[in-house]
Ligand binder design. Structure first.
Ligand code: PMP
Ligand code: GLN
Length: 423
């Protein structure tokens, strides 16, 4: 049983993007593409913002044209029937979908199992809901070369599950390691969960289109036995390079989605109408040829695969030890050797933070990965993310916490420049 970090503390995002700004470093930390969205997405938004047609509140659970398009696109992918009104909710990014899934289905004292490292937003929402977290570390071999070599500790998951377990959170492709669940692992998940009909699966699949080397993302809900217990969560931000638009959606059975639709009324009521309209049109356009590829999605995968290879090669050339990700837009680098001189807080850091009003969590001041990121920002001008942020505090000194995460959703010249500065 582990206590998630308090939500009333500065998260890693509040510290490191402002630090990158304060020291004008290259920000390979927070994962946001630094390029313009594709032209068809921009045109759709420009048109949707003109006049008054889309300038008022949207239908609370989602603008009809968007939920219709979502139902059309995901019915074959999830291999299930999707009623656009009953099985879909549009949210303020995948972040709000995660929040509503947790707040709508998890009561104080309920147990939730998750795999560490885990995207940190889960911890905040779970703590706000009063959930008890059972955090199971993934098996990551030392000097892991590829996320393919990460295995799921099924025995530990079995021991963590009980009749009190209300949900398990699965993130595939995985932030930060890039691990992609195989069909066999999805099937194993269904088997392990079979004795616990009360346990939902919150499936965070925001990187669904970012899977490389001809592998394919397997939606958790497609697995026999899991469809009726899974909430599948997606993000237009990742797919259309519009992270600032904050449009996400969640798909699931009526009895899982309806409480979330009701809670949506009391949280944001509805999501920006013109942006929903623009994403509805973009989902149609994305199926068409783009950039010499059969669809926009294929072009996106190939763009990212090139960037992944570029960053991995660059990091290897300068003696770093990256783990090749099968998916997502992140690369984790092993810092267990060669970084011991970066143990403490950089000398000038507290003064810099004070001058720029940067909020940070003082409990992180002795963590090696946090300090490596702080030192590299100041001395090399490159900012990344310490992955111990993706662990509950009591696990942050554990054997998995020796990785820093680089985001490669950045222009090639920035990736090259970062390698040059680190070298
Ligand atoms: N889940 C994961 C795994 C993520 O990395 C992110 C990153 N933003 C989100 C959810 C949230 O997505 P959004 O930006 O659409 O809120
Ligand atoms: N999900 C992104 C990342 O992991 C951005 C962070 C956030 O949305 N809080 O970098």
């Amino acid at each position: 049983m582990t206590t998630p970090p308090s939500p009333e503390r500065a998260s890693v995002w509040l510290e490191f993007s402002p630090l990158a700004q304060a020291c004008s470093s290259i920000n390979l930390g927070q994962g946001f593409p630094d390029w313009a969205p594709p032209p068809f997405v921009q045109v759709a938004a420009q048109e949707a913002c003109q006049g008054s047609k889309f300038s008022t509140y949207a239908r609370s659970p989602g603008h009809m044209p968007l939920v219709d398009e979502i139902a059309k696109a995901y019915c074959p992918k999830l291999d299930r029937s999707i009623d656009p009104k009953k099985n879909v909710l549009v949210t303020v990014g995948a972040s709000e979908a995660i929040y509503l899934a947790i707040r709508s289905h998890i009561k104080a004292g309920n147990e939730v199992v998750l795999l560490e490292p885990a995207f940190d937003i889960y911890f905040g929402a779970l703590r706000m809901a009063g959930a008890t977290v059972k955090s199971v570390p993934l098996d990551i071999p030392g000097r892991c070369q590829s996320s393919e070599d990460i295995t799921i500790p099924w025995d530990k998951i079995r021991s963590a599950l009980s009749d009190k377990t209300r949900a398990i959170i699965i993130n595939t492709p995985h932030n930060p390691t890039g691990k992609v669940f195989t069909p066999a692992e999805c099937q194993q998940l269904a088997t392990v969960l079979e004795p616990y009909p009360n346990c939902l699966v919150i499936a965070d699949e925001v990187y669904e289109h970012l899977v490389y080397d001809h592998k394919k993302h397997v939606p958790i809900a497609r697995t026999p036995g899991l469809a009726s217990k899974t909430l599948s969560i997606y993000s237009a931000g990742k797919t259309f390079s519009v992270t600032g638009w904050k449009i996400g959606w969640v798909i699931g059975d009526r009895d899982l989605i309806y409480p979330m639709q009701l809670n949506q009324q009391w949280v944001v009521f509805s999501v920006a109408t013109p942006l929903q309209e623009a994403i509805a049109r973009s989902l149609q356009q994305a199926e068409l040829a783009f950039d010499n590829q059969k669809t926009y999605y294929e072009a996106l995968t190939s763009l990212y695969e090139g960037k992944r290879d570029r960053l991995i090669q660059g990091l290897r050339d300068i003696g770093f030890h990256p783990m090749n990700p099968e998916g997502s837009f992140f690369v984790c680098c092993d810092i267990s050797s060669g970084f011991s001189s970066y143990q403490g807080l950089p000398k000038d850091l507290p003064e810099l933070y004070q001058r720029h009003g940067i909020d940070w969590d003082h409990d992180t001041q002795s963590l090696l990965d946090y300090n490596v990121v702080r030192h590299l920002s100041l001395s090399k001008g490159v900012t990344t993310i310490p992955t111990s942020a993706f662990f509950v505090p009591s696990h942050r000194h554990g054997s998995n916490c020796h990785w820093i995460r680089f985001a490669f959703c950045k222009s090639d010249h920035l990736l090259d420049q970062a390698i040059e500065q680190l070298g």
